[in-house]
Write a protein of this length. Structure first.
Length: 261
């Protein structure tokens, strides 16, 4: 039976870079994103360049009914998924009380609920077939409070802790769980999250392609927590080095000064 890697958020950023890194290794892909035209173009390009089978599904995973329909397709389908890359996610910034609640709910629906439901459905499919691997994408923000990005940071803390817990639970099923915690990356995230990219990035900031290359190698080693870049590994340790009260103040000062608003 043909095996596939399922990548969400695959039309841009780290999701697209992960899909390309896997295609380079000869992996057949199922790509998921809201943007059908972009997925169609990516699927054609990867098929031609790498000689792999690339299927795609345009779906807004943050909408519960559409997510349920997609999950039902996976459960009733005959394609075997041995790698799930949960990369779909959104961010926002600014004072929590000033945010439109609909935007906050969209973030939680996608970053938390959709990721968890995908892990539940695909994890069960993998357990039945005797194993597989799941990579959830969090952030170094998951290690500390993020004033002025409070909901986003909390959602990534959930992904981090959920993934670590799931890793222990599923050991005997043969399903391996890893969590990727990148730092600032050269993607469109800053624009969509209303952050000033120039204040977050410099010539040492990793690209999505560098993140993906590091990550696929770490997956080969079944690493539990994947933090690409020495600077990012230091930032992840900041609350331990300074204390959480100081980390709140440091990150609050940084993030407040770097919102686009």
């Amino acid at each position: 039976m043909t095996r596939y890697a399922l990548v969400t958020g695959a039309s841009s950023g780290i999701g697209l870079a992960m899909a390309e890194a896997l295609a380079r290794r000869g992996r057949n892909l199922i790509l998921v994103s809201r943007h059908r035209d972009m997925l169609e173009s990516i699927a054609l390009e990867f098929t031609q360049r790498f000689g792999v089978e690339v299927l795609f599904r345009a779906c807004d995973l943050g909408e519960p009914l559409r997510l349920s329909g997609f999950l039902l397709e996976l459960e009733e389908g005959e394609r075997q998924i041995d790698l799930l890359v949960n990369c779909a996610g959104i961010g926002n910034s600014g004072p929590f009380l000033a945010q439109e609640w609909a935007q906050e709910q969209d973030l939680l629906d996608l970053n938390v609920l959709a990721l968890t439901r995908l892990c539940h459905t695909v994890g069960n499919l993998m357990a039945v077939q005797g194993g597989g691997q799941i990579l959830n994408v969090a952030s170094i923000m998951g290690f500390q409070p993020g004033p002025w990005m409070s909901t986003y940071a909390a959602s990534k803390a959930y992904v981090l802790h959920f993934s670590e817990g799931l890793r222990e639970e599923l050991k005997k099923t043969g399903v391996k769980i890893s969590v990727l915690c990148p730092g600032p990356t050269r993607t469109s995230f800053f624009r969509t999250a209303q952050l000033n990219a120039d204040k977050f990035t410099d010539d040492k900031t990793m690209t999505a392609e560098e993140i993906a290359l590091y990550t696929v190698r770490a997956l080969d080693k079944n690493r539990a927590i994947i933090i690409p870049g020495r600077r990012n590994r230091f930032l992840a340790q900041l609350p331990r080095l300074t204390g959480r009260w100081m980390a709140r103040k440091i990150w609050g000062s940084i993030l407040k000064s770097r919102t686009s608003a």
